[in-house]
Design a protein around this ligand. Structure first.
Ligand code: ADP
Length: 773
């Protein structure tokens, strides 16, 4: 029999480890095998009885046990049974050593868990061979077991990895396709939580302005235990894992949440056992944390690459959040721009002061979300609400009137001309809470500035603490600029409208009064015309009688021979003639008023007509040393006109020229052919060097009974300087000229009784009368 070389251990090149053999035998002689096995490099332990064997098997971790059957105390079978019943020693192969050669003993040995049998007296080589074989089988089994375990682990890891890859890819898709920040975060936490069956997944974001780390999205298996979205932790309390991670930009791991620094697991989510908090990193800066809790212990291991994979997910999420935030800001900017443009257009299209403020609040809500809003106009030290939105029972809420006190929030805005943002009104001494209004913690006040002056402000509130951002304030201010202009315009328009209404009312009242006065005047005028008509008719008969008798008297020799009587009679005759003339004039006027002038047109030579009239006035012209020149009249063509009426025209114009020109003055009558409303006509101008007429009276002098002189100056002398008459001459002139389809007007620089600027009466008459032409 060859003794295997001590180097035989190299038979197991995969296992370099030194094997330990426990030999259990009460007989010292049998232990000689000990040194033999030692020489083959085995570590040998010895036990002298069953109890000691159990102890050494537990403590010494033998790879194989050589067990004697016959021993005092626990025998070999019993010892083996006990070894097999302990978890720690169950797998150690046991080889029985005995002199018993009975088959039944051998069978019993196998039954209690032995793997082999060595018969005493012991053959060293046999022992060595069996030991080697069983160690080798044992090692192989172990190896196989290890390999199976490895495979199992690898499989688990692969499954996990595939879930991670799937999640990551789904996450990738979602984060690029969803731009709504809240929706994005909610989807992400749900996805991670369901894919990995975590107990809780939450996204916390750092909100510097609110001084808090805020839970923005969460998902978990214990729905009822979940803290509400918006749940906050103070930004300074780094005892909380999420705050710590936010500060340090590193992950935090605990596998015993009871002992860890504070987390939701310690507060509300007690079933959680392990917690992994990962920073949401953008450019080496943390914007918040991804909080993962598991109800399995040791879910995350520091050396595990899971953390790396989850951190990659967290990075992906962080970038997506930042993008969504940028998008949100961008969206808001765009909405603001659109809204400003729209507000400008829509609001200025309505200038109704009752509607504009309400619309302002409506439009503003699209740019800066708020829950309660007011538009206030300032009058002295009081702010008067002109529109409110979001109040309990809004329609019925009375419009608010808020007086401004020194140091309060409203005064701060009025003084600074800047928006004021309160994250929590209960922390501000300048805040006054109305008892009947439910408290809203966040407040944003924005001044309405028009022409560098605060005309009022907009007050916006939200229920939660720190709900408005600086961005909101900037947006609201930009909006307020536009709103202030629109409000200012609307109130100006309102003022103008009010003034207009007042004015219109006054105009209507005045018109009514004028109408009444006009009607009275018309009645008076009619009465006057009737009076003239009646009087002149009534006067004509007695006048004719007086005239007849005086003419009869005039031829009586008794009168003719009595110079005094003749003089008196001449006076009567002159007076009667004048009266007759006046009565005729009055009749002409009455006829003109009644539009009863009947034209009897004939061909008329103007030069002749005027010449004859001048003839009549020769004595007067001489008496007053006046010259009267008829220039350019001869060349005028004859015209169609009523000769008697035309006589009256020139008679009146010339008599006026004589009357209103001082002694020694000059009267000229000019004429020329003109085009008059596309018809041939003559224009005759009677000029004098008299007192002139104020341009203010140029139209009025053609009205009947109109005189610029004083009634006291009236005299019966028809051609006396400034003699004055009844004020009917020019009214008759105009009536006659209009009846001929012509026009009359006067030109004179001014009325001046020293400088004598003179007057020029223009008469235009068509050559032919339409009816006769
Ligand atoms: P009257 O009987 O007063 O002359 P008229 O109708 O002829 O009435 O004239 C109206 C008024 O026009 C006169 O009272 C006078 O003041 C003014 N007037 C008319 N003709 C002249 C004139 N040639 N120069 C200055 N004033 C004149």
């Amino acid at each position: 029999m060859t003794t295997p070389s001590p180097n035989a251990t190299t038979d197991f090149p995969r296992k370099k480890k030194q094997h330990t053999i426990l030999i259990v035998d009460d007989n010292r002689d049998n232990l000689a095998v000990l040194s033999y096995l030692n020489s083959y490099g085995y570590r040998v332990l010895v036990a002298r009885n069953g109890e000691s064997a159990l102890q050494k098997a537990r403590d010494g971790h033998p790879d194989i046990i050589l067990l004697d059957i016959l021993m005092p105390g626990l025998d070999g079978f019993e010892t083996c049974r006990k070894l097999k019943s302990h978890r720690q020693t169950r797998d150690i192969p046991v080889i029985f050593m005995t002199a018993l050669a009975e088959a039944s003993d051998k069978i019993k040995g196998f039954q209690v868990g032995g793997v082999d049998y060595i018969t005493k007296p012991i053959q060293h080589e046999e022992v060595l061979a069996r030991v080697k074989t069983h160690l080798s089988i044992h090692d192989l089994t172990h190896n196989l077991q290890d390999q199976a375990n490895d495979l199992q682990r690898m499989n688990t890891r692969l499954v996990k990895r595939s879930i991670q890859i799937e999640t990551s890819s789904q996450l990738g898709q979602q984060v690029t396709s969803i731009l709504d920040l809240d929706e994005l975060m909610n989807r992400v936490v749900k996805l991670i939580q369901s894919k990995f069956s975590y107990y809780f997944v939450g996204i916390w974001l750092i909100e510097e302005q609110q001084g808090a780390v805020v839970l923005r999205a969460r998902a978990g298996s214990d729905e009822h235990l979940l803290p509400p979205p918006g749940f906050q932790l103070p930004i300074t309390d780094t005892n909380y894992a999420v705050v710590w991670v936010g500060h340090n930009c590193q992950h935090h791991l605990t596998n015993d949440t009871a002992k860890s620094i504070k987390s939701l697991a310690a507060d509300t989510l007690r079933p959680a056992k392990s917690a992994l908090t990962l920073p949401l990193r953008v450019m080496n800066e943390s914007i918040g944390a991804l909080d993962i809790l598991s109800n399995r212990t040791d879910e995350f291991l520091e050396e595990d690459e899971d953390i790396l994979v989850l951190q990659t997910l967290a990075n992906q999420i962080a970038i997506a959040i930042r993008n969504a935030e940028f998008y949100k800001v961008e969206q808001r900017r765009r909405r603001l721009a659109e809204s400003l443009e729209y507000t400008g257009r829509v609001l200025s299209s309505s200038l109704d002061l009752k509607q504009v403020p309400g619309r302002i609040l409506e439009e503003l809500a699209k740019v800066v979300p708020y829950e309660r809003g007011l538009v206030l106009l300032q009058r002295e030290d009081t702010l008067h609400s002109i529109a409110q939105r979001g109040f309990p029972d809004n329609e019925k809420t009375p419009l608010l009137h808020i007086s401004i006190h020194s140091g309060d929030i409203f005064q701060r805005i009025t003084e600074s001309l800047r928006p004021l943002l309160l994250n929590d009104v209960t922390q501000d001494s300048g805040w006054r809470q109305l008892d009947w209004l439910p408290i809203h913690h966040s407040w944003l006040g924005v001044p309405l500035i028009a022409k560098d002056k605060v005309i009022g402000m907009m007050s916006l509130t939200r229920r939660e603490i720190g709900a408005f951002s600086l961005d909101d304030a900037t947006m609201a201010l930009a909006f307020a600029g536009q709103a202030a202009i629109v409000l200012e315009n609307a109130s100006l328009y309102d003022e103008i409208r009010q003034l207009n209404e007042d004015l219109e009312l006054k105009v209507t009242q005045r018109t009514e009064e004028l109408n009444k006065a006009y009607q009275i005047l018309e009645r008076l005028d009619q009465t006057k015309t009737d009076f003239i008509n009646v009087t002149s008719h009534e006067l004509r008969t007695p006048l004719a009688v007086i005239k007849g008798y005086s003419q009869m008297l005039n031829i009586r020799p008794a009168i003719n021979h009595d110079a005094k009587a003749q003089e008196l009679l001449n006076g009567i005759i002159a007076g009667v003639n004048r009266l007759h003339q006046i009565v005729n004039t009055m009749l002409d006027v009455a006829r003109i008023d009644a539009e009863g002038l009947q034209l009897q047109p004939e061909s008329i030579n103007i030069h002749e007509t005027v010449k004859q009239i001048r003839q009549q006035f020769t004595p007067a012209l001489q008496e007053r040393s006046l010259t009267m020149t008829l220039a350019d009249l001869k060349s005028l063509p004859d015209i169609q006109a009523d000769p008697e009426l035309l006589d009256k025209v020139f008679y009146n114009l010339i008599v006026n020229a004589i009357k209103y020109t001082p002694d020694g003055g000059a009267i000229t009558v000019n004429g020329r052919v003109v085009e008059w409303t596309d018809r041939p006509a003559v224009e005759i101008v009677v000029s004098d060097t008299g007192i002139g007429i104020d341009p203010e009276h140029h139209d009025q002098i053609f009205e009947k009974f109109y005189q610029t002189g004083e009634v006291a100056l009236h005299s019966s002398g028809q051609t006396k300087f400034k003699g004055g008459g009844p004020g009917l001459g020019l009214a008759i002139v105009r009536g006659i000229i209009l009846a001929h389809g012509g026009q009359v007007w006067v030109e004179s620089e001014k009325f001046d009784e020293e400088a004598y600027p003179g007057s020029r009466f223009h008469v235009v008459l068509p050559l032919v009368q339409p009816t006769t032409g």
